[in-house]
Structure formats: C-alpha cells, structure tokens
Design a protein around this ligand. Structure first.
Ligand SMILES: *Cc1c(COP(=O)(O)O)cnc(C)c1O
Length: 367
C-alpha cells in the first residue's frame, strides 16, 4: 500500500465534472483577475463566517502583512506570535518593520500558550497573533482578555484552522481580523496560491482592500501607495466549487482523527493529540509525539506511508532569527517537541483501511 501525506487528486476526481466546468467558465469569461468568481467567493465566505467583510488576497502570508500594515504596525513596534508555526506568522511582522516576539506553545495542545503572553508584553507591544496550529484553537477568551487590558490588537492566523471553533465561535471571528490561506494543501485549498482576510471592522476592511489593490478602490484613484495582492479568477472558481463541501470534509477529518486516536491508544511512548475543551479541532494535521520519531518516520516510509514534520525547527531557533539571540531554553516546549513530533497522513479521503494499516505498522514498529 502507498499512502501519500496529502492526496489532492482523489478530491479533484470526486468533483471533476463541476471543477472542469468552473475552470472552463473562467476561460470563456476571461475573468482572470477580479470579476464575478472572486466577488462570489468573497460573498459566500463572509456569509459562511457571519462576518461583514471578506477581502480576497494573493495568499495567506500577504493577508497577515496587509492586516498589520493597515493597523499601523511598523518600526519600533513588537508583535507576539507563536514559537512553533510556519514562518509566515513571524516574517510578516518583520516585513512591517516591527519585531517578532515569540511565545512558546502549550505542551498538550501545541498552539500558542496563552499563560505566557503577559510576561512578553512591553510598552512597545502592539498586537498578538494567535496561531490555531494544526486546527487546534488557542484559548481565545484568555487572549482577548489580555488584549483588552493592554489595548492590543488580536490578529488570528487561521491558515490551518478553517472552521475550527472556540466556545461556539469560529476561528477568525474573535480578533479584529482573521487571516486565511488557501494554499492547495490547506483544509480549504485552491489550485495555486490564494488567501483572504475577514473582519467586522468597516474601516480596516476598506483600508485592507485599498492597500491590496495598489492603494486604489476605484481605478486610477490611488489614495495611498499599496501592493498588488489579488486572488485570481481561477482560484476563486476552484474555491467556489469546494465551499459547499467544506463542512462535510471537516467532519471527515474529525472522524479520521478519532479513528487514529482509537487505533493508536497505549502504544509505546506515543503521545496522541488532545482537543482543547469547549473547542472544535479541525485536524489540518494529526500530530503524534515519540522519542523515537526519526526511526519511526523511516520505518513508515519503508512501509509506503508518507509523514512530515511541522516543524523541524521552532521559529526563534531558525537562522533567520539569529539576530534576536534567542535559544532553546527560552522555548522549552517547542525546542523539545521539534525532535519528537510527527504528522501522519490526514485528509478527508483517508479510508478506515488506510488508518488501520498505518496504525498496524506503528504498532509493529513499537513491538
Ligand atoms: C500556510 C500558512 C500560512 C501562509 O499561507 P500562504 O498562503 O502559504 O502564504 C500562514 N500561517 C500558517 C500557520 C500557515 O500554515
């Protein structure tokens, strides 16, 4: 058996007639940039999230940068993000001119540890970027409470947490804005790069839209200098075909995670994912932990099972951040996890047989 880490092909095949027709219609309409597919996506996505505004952009890195820039964050400011994440969560802070400050992750839930935030706040702190890593929610009540007391903005990085929920509220709807990526392998993925911003703040929405479109809301009326960050029509058309299925796919991910957890209980020194109480984890990734991670990954590869590591080096320990002079002892949880975590194949199309095969091979490894 060969089990890929992500399988985008079986999802395409399950939607092929509709998908091919949608792509053909973009070509026929020559609606390559902007146009009806893009505006339909923005309307549908904001309707699904119950928010006033959805601003489509080129990718989920730009969305973070644009939000911060339009909140006035820049040189001399500090922004707190998670020590374990994809580098977009921190490089966008530097892009604005501000300095990233890293909070370690929770030892059991993997996303940002809210209990460490207050100690990291200085007079220069302007914002917090909670990252709902793997699809696991950050404790947003605690984050919003701290942010209110210190008058900080909260920008949710929802690139791995489409439709995750904390106490009945969806990721991206609690902070001033939510940032989404539709990179092909994300829970809702386009067929290229794409992203969006959601917000209920009218002024921020208008600024973000203007900045992402060369500083102009109307052609040739450039109020400010901006950047070029647009979702193209093909990506919007692909996302419009997928949107009606996303909640069903999310349920399948949750079901698959439960099947893994059932099949992997009590094996060796394995630590299995635990869902934060009062929240819905949407399992962008199913991450296990073992002291024998590297050996296990090789064993699974030999059995035809692809795995991955998210991420092999905690952000503050990357060469990119050597200027900050941080070390492993500043981030004990992220630093110890980076050598133990392993992401197993996870997608809605995984079958019971595949999960049982993977669990069986893991059992054999430990025996
Ligand atoms: C994927 C990802 C991003 C960036 O999204 P792109 O669309 O690839 O630019 C940002 N943050 C996190 C946590 C991600 O996983």
């Amino acid at each position: 058996m060969h089990i890929p880490f992500v399988d985008l092909k079986s999802q395409y095949h399950s939607l092929k007639p509709e998908m091919d027709a949608a792509i053909a219609s973009v070509l026929e309409d020559t609606a390559f940039i902007g146009g009806t597919h893009v505006s339909r996506f923005e309307e549908e996505f904001s309707r699904l999230y119950g928010v006033k505004h959805c601003i489509s952009v080129a990718n989920g890195t730009d969305s973070l940068y644009i939000i911060m820039k339009m909140l006035g964050i820049g040189t001399g400011d500090e922004v707190i993000t998670a020590a374990n994440s994809w580098i977009s969560s921190s490089e966008t802070i530097s892009q604005t001119g501000a300095t990233p400050v890293f909070a370690d992750v929770h030892p059991g839930y993997y996303s940002m540890d809210e209990t460490l935030l207050e100690a990291l706040i200085t007079p220069r702190t302007r914002a917090i970027i909670p990252v709902h890593l793997h699809g696991q929610m950050v404790n947003m009540d605690a984050v919003m409470d701290i942010a209110a007391r210190y008058k900080l903005h909260v920008i949710e990085d929802c690139a791995q947490s489409h439709f995750s929920e904390f106490r009945g509220k969806r990721a991206g709807t609690m902070g001033i804005a939510g940032s989404f990526s539709f990179y092909p392998g994300k829970n809702l993925g386009a067929y290229g790069d794409a992203g969006c911003i959601i917000t209920n703040d009218d002024e921020l929405a208008e600024k973000c839209r203007m900045y992402a479109r060369h500083g102009a809301l109307q052609k040739h009326k450039h109020e400010i200098e901006g950047i070029n960050s647009r979702m193209d029509g093909l990506q919007a058309a692909v996302l419009n075909v997928k949107l009606p299925h996303i909640l069903r796919w999310t349920e399948s991910r949750i079901r698959n995670a439960a099947a893994y957890t059932h099949a992997l209980k009590g094996i060796g020194d394995l630590v299995l994912p635990v869902v934060r109480p009062d929240s819905m984890h949407t399992f962008h990734l199913y991450v296990i932990r073992t002291a024998r991670r590297n050996e296990l990954a090789i064993w699974l590869k030999e059995k035809g099972i692809e795995t991955a590591i998210h991420y092999p080096t905690a952000l503050p320990l990357l060469p990119a951040y050597s200027r900050l002079g941080l070390s492993a002892k500043d981030f004990p949880v992220s630093a110890s996890h980076q050598d133990q975590i392993l992401s197993l194949p996870m997608y809605p199309e995984l079958t019971v047989e595949m999960i049982e095969y993977i669990a069986g091979q893991i059992k054999m490894f430990f025996n």
